[in-house]
Design a protein around this ligand. Structure first.
Ligand code: 3HC
Ligand code: NAI
Length: 692
């Protein structure tokens, strides 16, 4: 065995030279890895072997470029040096793939003459998720293997394609048995030698491009079809342009040049910086300083849910989906039946739903109206009405029936989890699990740590969240926790803006153009204006009261802030406009013209200020956790990195403080800057560095 460097070895099996990479955790292409590959291939090409296999140790093949090195000075062999060496090798090079071959990893594999993989492997070019494009020839080689249309789909979705599908697409030349990758790859390499298989250079193979030549409509249609999905993002368009370049360039090198230019453009932009930041933010959120990764977890084999309403149903689906049985307890049989019916309908409606799958999932659901049905549950999640007296009652009763060690969770949106825990004899087992609506779809789970919550309860919740496909973020106990607490700042300003002269559709347009899926008023119309509205108590004191009193209760009644046509397309409403103008006149104010800039700053800067307060009070662990909440729970555009990242992007604490003070001077203490914001601005600090 020759040790090439600290992460690469060169060994020999008969005629086959084997280059093995071992750079945990994911064999990313750090400079050390590139150097090892370059030197390894150089030596393997020079020795008397007849073929070369590239294989990786650990959990995966190469998962991409090393994202932590982006933006730093480049050193060592470049990825292009490695690729050229592989592609021009005079003996067959075989890439042996397990785990994932992603981004730069797949781009390396595409420079081997052949690829073999185990069935569980996945291959893809996910750079788009980092606001990038495959910048090492990936966009130029992939279409030459899978065709232009498949390539367009792969690079703009970033999808990790399962190996069997990749084999059908031509990306994998031979599947080898799970667990026998090395033997399979060596056998394949020997076969290449024995059969004198050609040294296929993908870069020279243009056959798959022919079908798309002279057909620009392929790209036009693809853009049109995906316009909604790509809205606001720079990277998908740059990826599409690269694939266009494959078709329109006279040579491979010309296309490569176009790819390089577009790659550098994205790399220098703020969107990719935001998306790369978010990649690490999401992973960082799983780390809780005083709850180490090896904290023992409680086993969750059965889940109980209280309440089969909007949230209880969706929450239950998450567990059933991963095979954990769920028992739902409701007040009345009718409510339970309604909830179960909604769950079934959700399954039946989901894309590609097979009837037997739906039945299998439904069979894991049971229900009743007697709390004791939850006695054998390892985790019980309460999703009943948002009232402290009811929650306390429920938890006191749960305390009586739940088995020892069961985790008792509340899905409360605003209420004090410590107060809820205080009615039990086991506050250490009580935690907040704040799902977002629709709970079977939304990625965010705020995990609310009570004063007495045990560490293993936190560790169990965080790990379980990952299992059900959620991104969990830990929050302390405060009204509205991280997300809703910041949201209330935005909601307040949105309402105020409308009473000063902006129309709901002005506010919505600004926030939509910023990148949110919809503005607050369109959102209210969708959810229903009458949530929390009580007819008997309504005295026309707010715009909402008046709208509800007129039965304009949102989309469901065909009108709310907006008017809706029969296809639920929203139009600004003259009725709403009149109501608003009457309100303004009644308040003795003059409506004024409000700029888009003011709308945005008034909606967003108080949120950033609140985020600082949340960190100041230690309610979030770090600034990036706040951003992770907003990206996954509230549709904050990932290409703007979250409120705290955005605060740094638009001028940092100094700028935000300046604006908050300006607004405070004009409009009062809704804009009072957090003490920590003042300090941060004075010290020249960054929001991104804040720790709770
Ligand atoms: N660079 C640096 N670190 C990386 C990395 C990368 N490309 N990919 C993963 N890591 C790190 C993670 O930050 C994490 O670190 P931590 O343990 O300190 O938090 C660790 O590796 C394990 O990652 P995950 O927790 O995500 O592990 P999973 O097993 O859940 O997932 C994975 C593994 C599917 C490989 C996932 O990590 C992933 O999707 N990685 C990114 C893949 C990617 O985007 N590749 C393209 C990179 S850009 C590129 O190649 C540009 C080129 O075209 C020039
Ligand atoms: P919902 O009104 O749709 O459902 C509540 C259900 O609980 C009803 O079906 C009711 O019959 C049942 N219920 C009431 N008391 C009960 C009891 N003692 N035992 C068993 N069942 C009982 O309410 P929704 O929207 O599902 O909210 C539930 C909780 O989730 C609230 O705390 C809410 O704040 C929170 N939440 C709601 C979100 C939303 O968007 N709707 C988002 C995140 C959290």
């Amino acid at each position: 065995m020759t040790e090439i460097n600290s992460v690469t070895t060169l060994t020999r099996e008969g005629d086959v030279a084997i280059i093995t990479l071992n750079s945990p955790p994911v064999n990313a292409l750090s400079f050390n890895v590139r150097d090892g590959l370059y030197e390894g291939f150089k030596q393997a090409i020079a020795d008397d072997s007849k073929a070369i296999v590239l294989i990786c140790d650990g959990r995966t093949f190469i998962a991409g470029a090393d994202i932590t090195e982006f933006g730093g000075a480049s050193k060592g062999a470049s990825l292009f040096d490695v690729q050229n060496m592989m592609e021009s090798s005079p003996k067959p090079v075989v890439a042996a793939i397990h785990g994932t071959a992603l981004g730069g990893g797949l781009e390396v594999a595409l420079c081997a003459h052949y690829r073999v993989a185990v069935p569980s492997a996945r291959l893809g070019l996910p750079e788009v998720a980092l606001g990038l494009l495959p910048g090492a020839g990936g966009t130029q080689r992939l279409p030459r293997v899978v065709g232009v249309e498949n390539a367009l789909e792969m690079v703009t979705s970033g999808r990790h394609v399962p190996a069997p599908e990749a084999a059908k697409l031509g990306l994998v030349d031979e599947m080898v048995e799970e667990g026998k990758l090395k033997e399979g790859a060596i056998a394949f390499a020997n076969k290449c030698v024995a059969e004198n298989k050609p040294l296929t250079k993908i870069s020279e193979n243009n056959a798959k491009l022919e079908a798309a030549k002279g057909h620009p409509e392929i790209f036009a249609e693809f853009r049109k079809k995906n316009a909604r999905k790509f809205r606001g993002f720079d990277a998908p368009e740059a990826n599409i342009k690269c694939i266009e370049a494959v078709v329109n360039s006279a040579t491979f090198d010309e296309g490569l040049k176009a790819e390089r230019t577009l790659f550098m453009g994205l790399m220098a932009g703020s969107q990719s910086a935001a998306q790369r930041y978010y990649f690490f933010a999401e992973r960082q959120a799983q780390k809780i300083p005083d709850v180490p990764d090896d904290t023992p977890v409680r086993e969750i084999r059965k889940v109980g849910v209280l309440g089969a309403g909007t949230m209880g149903g969706g929450i239950s689906m998450n567990f059933v989906n991963i095979g954990i049985p769920v028992t739902i307890v409701e007040l009345k049989q009718e409510a339970l039946d309604r909830g179960l019916k909604t769950i079934r309908a959700n399954y039946e409606r989901s894309r590609g739903a097979k009837p037997e799958e739906t039945e299998k999932r439904m069979s894991l659901l049971s229900g009743g109206t007697d709390l004791s049905a939850l006695a054998d549950c390892d985790l019980i999640i309460e999703a009943v009405f948002e009232r402290m007296d009811i929650k306390k009652d429920v938890f006191a009763n749960l305390d009586k029936i739940a088995k020892p060690g069961a985790i008792l969770a509340s899905n409360t949106s605003y209420l004090n989890v410590d107060e809820i825990a205080s009615v039990t004899s086991r506050p250490q087992d009580v935690i907040g699990l704040h799902f977002f609506s629709p709970a079977n779809v939304m990625k965010l789970l705020e995990v609310i740590r009570g004063e007495k919550t045990a560490k293993d309860v936190i560790a169990t919740s965080m790990k379980l969240a990952k299992k059900i496909g959620k991104v969990a973020v830990l929050s302390g106990v405060c009204p509205g926790f991280i997300g809703n607490r910041m949201l209330s700042q935005r909601q307040r300003e949105a309402q105020k803006l409308v009473l000063e002269g902006a129309m709901p559709w002005d506010v919505d347009r600004v926030l939509y153009d910023f990148g949110f899926p919809m503005g607050p008023f369109a959102m209210s119309d969708l959810a229903g204006l009458d949530i929390g509205w009580v007819k008997e108590n309504s005295k026309g004191e707010t715009i909402r009261d008046v709208l509800c009193e007129m039965d304009r209760r949102g989309q469901k009644t065909g009108a709310g802030y907006y008017d809706y046509d029969e296809n639920r397309v929203a139009k600004p409403s003259p009725v709403t406009e009149k109501i608003i103008n009457d309100f303004i006149v009644k308040s003795g104010r003059n409506p004024r013209k409000i700029s888009d800039e003011e709308i945005l700053e008034r909606c967003v800067f108080p949120m950033i200020n609140e985020g600082v307060k949340i960190l100041e009070e230690g309610m979030a662990i770090r600034a990036s956790d706040v951003d992770t909440v907003w990206i996954n729970g509230y549709g904050w555009p990932v290409y703007r990195g979250g409120p705290m990242f955005y605060g740094d992007l638009v001028g940092g604490p100094k700028k935000v403080l300046e604006k908050m003070k300006e607004f405070q001077g004009k409009m009062g203490d809704d804009f009072k800057p957090a003490a920590l914001l003042e300090k941060l601005a004075a010290d020249g600090g960054k929001f991104g560095d804040l720790k709770g």
